[in-house]
Design a protein around this ligand. Sequence first.
Ligand SMILES: Cc1cc2nc3c(=O)[nH]c(=O)nc-3n(C[C@H](O)[C@H](O)[C@H](O)COP(=O)(O)OP(=O)(O)OC[C@H]3O[C@@H](n4cnc5c(N)ncnc54)[C@H](O)[C@@H]3O)c2cc1C
Length: 399
Amino acid sequence: MPVRATKRGDARTPLSGDYDVLICGASFAGLTVARELAGSGANVLVIDRYEIGERQTSACAAPTEWLEKLGLGPSIRQTFHDLLIHRPRREFGSEPKDHRWTLPWSFSTFDYRQLCELLAEQGEAEFETAKVEELVPAQDGDGQLLTVRTDRGDLRAPIVIDALGWRRVLSTGTAIQPPNATLSRGLEVHPPISEHAPDLELWLDPKYIGPGYSWAFPAKDEVRIGVGSFDPALDVKQPTLELTADEGVPAKGWQGNYIPHKLRNATEGSVFFVGDSAGHCLPTTAEGIRPALYFGLALGRELRAVVEGRQTREQALERYAAFHDEHRFAYDWLLRVQKIVGVANPRPLMDSALQLFRSQRFVSWSFNHYLDICPPAFIDVPEPAAAEPAVAPVAPVPA
Ligand SMILES: Cc1cc2nc3c(=O)[nH]c(=O)nc-3n(C[C@H](O)[C@H](O)[C@H](O)COP(=O)(O)OP(=O)(O)OC[C@H]3O[C@@H](n4cnc5c(N)ncnc54)[C@H](O)[C@@H]3O)c2cc1C
């Protein structure tokens, strides 16, 4: 378990104030937005219920190029050029069917705390620990300011971002409640083992889970091993215990969460949503770090144009929502694949489908298309020209 470093008891002093930008959530998405606002002169506050990097939210594997280009290379623990897929034996006594795919680009596992600290250093935001409770309904006289209620007090800003993960805490819509929500779920253990097989491994094996998959991601001095279900109602603890027993590793260091698998709206009223709160995690693979970084960059660039007076908040809301919507086709398509995988996994149909991946050309083609949904080249894209302000931009809050 991580050390609880967040302020408790007397140290949990009241917190209030007005900021130019309030970023709720200090993980991949929130810290990337803050990074893009560095040097803009805006008064930015990032809040999270935990200290930066205190509570790991995933198995922490992402395309290496994304990590390196963002200056996060020092957090990398292990790099993989192949993906090893395990299928079950069809008949008693037959060999398991393993597939080794050589990827056209590599994945790396990284240290969560170190990556978050590196990202936070690139931003120049203030940081406080506070639990976000809700968006307070606007009152007469608030003007453009939005109020966010936390367990330490109310915070106000004209620009508010929900990067709080799957719960979408600042939404005023119906609460997202598993198991009746478009969510997957994942659970894993992190035993401290350095001599585990050196591969990035996936199991498409209904012995552990039918609609979903299992994984083992080595990270130098530990292995992250777990089970993900496309159905939030299915148990993932027992299959994780089974997988760790089969792999001969101790079931130590549990972490798990729900994962959205359907794109949601990027804005609601005047609030911006990014990362899991906007449903940016990719269906089928549940790869959510790269999209959180990608949409975090896109949103940060739009907001920078606002605080620098190059566009209004309303224009940023419109432009960011349009950018997000451009990705619906790819997300809907991946959701269809997820449904097919869920149905085919327990059947020989899956083995037939996997035959396609015996062709290296097909592996490269499909993985390059997959990377293109949130491509690393986006990091180098010059900031898009902001819209011409139709009205005066949001005035920064006086310090
Ligand atoms: C078991 C598991 C393994 C995974 N492995 C991978 C992987 O290897 N690669 C990959 O790409 N994706 C993986 N994912 C998905 C990935 O973790 C998410 O998509 C990603 O973390 C989303 O980033 P985010 O910044 O939007 O949200 P999160 O990383 O969930 O961060 C949300 C932040 O908000 C804070 N927060 C939440 N509620 C409150 C509140 N009320 N008040 C204050 N703060 C709050 C949290 O403390 C946290 O810091 C995995 C998911 C799971 C469950």
